[in-house]
Ligand binder design. Structure first.
Ligand code: 48H
Length: 261
């Protein structure tokens, strides 16, 4: 076979196999931001089959841009074990004891690499446009190519089934929103709906991001800023310890859920 065709055949076959093998997974994760990537690594390490569907070409979510495009972020001392596990370097902040700064590009790329190396699969440029909702339970995702979404093309999606879904879509909580609006699900929040993110309060936002990481409906979990938005927590700016710890907590909760299924 000519190399021109061999290249094409290898790509089509490998991608086809990858997608086929991930049409049914233990955990379908929406969004490839920092909290989701951490969850994906720890779930994969526990032996679960995990796929991330990320709308953008590059996973990593809000990590890359640091604070106002200054490509550095801050992480608290109690989340350094997670950075160390991903082999991401950091250094102490002289002005604030217990806080560390790190290169946001190293963090984004390190988290992506760490999730993949643990066995998670990442489908980038894929947007989740709906959930599968059967017999009162969230059972998967409805996906389409991002260019199809962006161009507004009338192209039907395909589905991925899963034992549970993790909403890691960040500030808009897109999957929880779909669940409330389309499936008329009552979430495990004070109103049953999405409480809405509050303004900036770093310490409170960091703590509540971890607290709010939980199962909101059978088979439907949220992590990171999505969880914070659902429960009405404060935002925190370019500090990421809460996102990392949220991902780790999500992995523990989901592991218990899927194991007991
Ligand atoms: C496929 C989707 C869809 C969809 C969205 O926002 P993220 O970085 O996620 P988190 O919650 O892990 O991290 C939040 C952090 O980056 C942040 O914004 C902070 C700390 N803000 C503080 C502040 O005060 O502002 O990533 C979410 C990802 C993105 O890559 C989206 O493209 C993706 O999810 N996504 N992917 N289908 N429907 N919706």
């Amino acid at each position: 076979m000519d190399i021109e065709n061999a290249i094409s055949a290898a790509i089509v076959r490998s991608f086809g196999n990858k997608l086929l093998e991930n049409l049914f997974v233990d955990v379908a994760i929406v969004g490839g931001g920092p909290s989701a990537l951490v969850a994906a690594r720890y779930l994969s390490q526990k032996g679960f089959k995990v796929a991330i569907f990320e709308r953008k070409l590059a996973p990593g979510g809000g990590t890359w841009g640091g604070g106002m495009l200054f490509n550095e972020v801050i992480v608290q001392g109690d989340a350094l074990d997670i950075l160390d596990d991903f082999s991401i370097s950091h250094k102490p902040v002289p002005e604030a004891i217990g806080y560390h700064s790190l290169d946001s590009v190293e963090m984004a790329s390190g988290l992506i690499f760490g999730a993949l190396k643990a066995g998670a699969k990442i489908f980038n440029s894929v947007s989740v446009e709906d959930i599968v909702f059967k017999q009162g339970r969230v059972g998967g995702l409805v996906i389409n190519w991002t260019p199809v979404e962006r161009l507004g093309m009338h192209v039907d999606p395909i589905t991925v089934l899963s034992k549970c879904v993790l909403d890691g879509t960040g500030h808009p909580s897109e999957i929880m929103r779909l669940a409330v609006d389309k499936a008329q699900i009552k979430l495990d929040t004070p109103t049953g709906g999405i409480m809405g993110e509050k303004p900036m309060w770093v310490d409170s936002g960091e703590a509540s991001t971890v607290e709010n990481t939980k199962q909101y409906y059978p088979g439907l979990f949220a992590c990171g800023m999505s969880a914070n938005n659902v429960m009405g927590g404060y935002r925190m700016g370019p500090i990421f310890g809460g996102m990392l710890k949220s991902g780790k907590k999500a992995a523990d909760l989901i592991s218990d859920f899927v194991s007991g299924d």
